[in-house]
Design a protein around this ligand. Structure first.
Ligand code: CUA
Length: 346
């Protein structure tokens, strides 16, 4: 809930408590040493002040054990805090396997959100409580930063690549959504709300909306409309001009220049916008560039579709429209990301 005196943001995600604890302990450790050092300085200033005009300081040496002690103890404390901070950091940036994927696109000056089932919204984000959500972030223009203080998460949305973050909301309510990177005149007005609902309320909200097609279905339609299908169709016995895409997501892809890359979101993105950058071994660089031809939203849909293509012969290798809007798409988006079979390189 938005409090009237927001000294400290609500703690509303599964990890916000961990972040707060780390933060509070850090503050306490810092306060302790600040007080200790400042206190000792003041005490020594008084205790060892010059009492006579002619007085000369004595040549004192600290004992070795004391030197070791005051070096080793802070070092151990710092190493402990570092390890603890890293642990929380990795938790914050590694989404669990069951996370549902949403897309948020930053644009001067709004957040455009798309749910896996195709529901869209601007500057609001409705999510079910208790469900891990992975936000895939992109930007249409400049760097923005997706920031939900109550969940203790923040991640830049950078033009030309995907970034992501995740959260699992714990408490229903309405929370702030900010842009936390100065992005132009109306940066300060690039704000919105995250509305955390009980799962049933969320389903009702989805049902009441005008969801078009699911991300996957919209991607499948684009795949046909942009004629991707003519080269990338997996037809047994026919030499294809483009690599087949079934099972390609998150698999190792061998490139014409001998390198091997993982076909993750950023690779797929680049391969659509600028196909000659990383050509798959055994194929000619014949694909036209789609830079400027597809919007960020369409790109996200196309990639959602490619991601939904399991290994050949399984699941949704469907024709356009085959992936049903709604719940089915959510499952498709959630298919496990085990590395697929070896890269298409016939
Ligand atoms: Cu977008 Cu600041």
């Amino acid at each position: 809930m938005k409090s009237t005196f927001p000294l400290f943001p609500d703690s509303a995600s599964t990890l916000s408590g961990d972040v707060d604890l780390l933060y509070v302990i850090w503050v306490l450790v810092s306060l302790f040493f600040t007080a200790l050092i400042a206190g000792l300085i003041i005490f020594f200033m008084a205790r060892y002040r010059r009492r006579h005009f002619e007085e000369v300081g004595a040549d004192e040496r600290a004992a070795v054990w004391l030197e070791v002690l005051w070096s080793a103890v802070p070092l151990l404390i710092m190493l402990f805090m570092c390890a603890w901070g890293m642990r929380v950091f990795f938790q914050l940036y590694r989404p669990p396997a069951d996370a549902v994927e949403f897309t948020a696109i930053g644009k001067q000056w709004m957040w455009k959100v798309q749910h896996p089932d195709g529901q869209r919204e601007i500057n609001t984000l409705h999510v079910p409580v208790g469900q891990a959500i992975k936000m895939r972030l992109a930007s249409e223009d400049v760097i923005h930063s997706f920031y939900i203080p109550a969940f203790r998460i923040k991640q830049d949305a950078v033009p030309g690549r995907y970034t992501s973050l995740w959260f699992k909301a714990e408490k229903p309510g309405v929370y702030h959504l900010f842009c936390a990177e100065y992005c132009g005149t109306e940066h300060s007005r690039m704000i919105g709300s995250v509305i955390v609902m009980e799962p049933r309320d969320y389903e009702n909200w989805l049902a009441g909306g005008t969801a078009g097609k699911s991300m996957v279905a919209a991607g499948a339609e684009l795949f046909a409309a942009r004629a991707c299908v003519t080269c990338h169709r997996a037809t047994p016995g026919i030499t294809q001009r483009g690599p087949k895409l079934e099972g390609v997501y998150n698999s190792q892809v061998k490139l014409a220049d001998g390198r091997t890359v993982v076909a993750d979101d950023n690779y797929l993105r680049e391969s659509i916008l600028n196909p000659t950058a990383k050509v798959v071994a055994g194929y000619d660089p014949v694909m036209p560039a789609f830079q400027g031809q597809v919007t960020e939203e369409q790109l996200a849909q196309l990639i959602a579709y490619v991601r939904s293509l399991g290994p050949e012969g399984s699941a949704a290798t469907g024709a356009p429209g085959a992936a049903a809007p709604g719940a089915a798409a959510t499952t498709a988006v959630n298919t496990p990301k085990t590395p697929g079979p070896a890269a298409p390189q016939k």
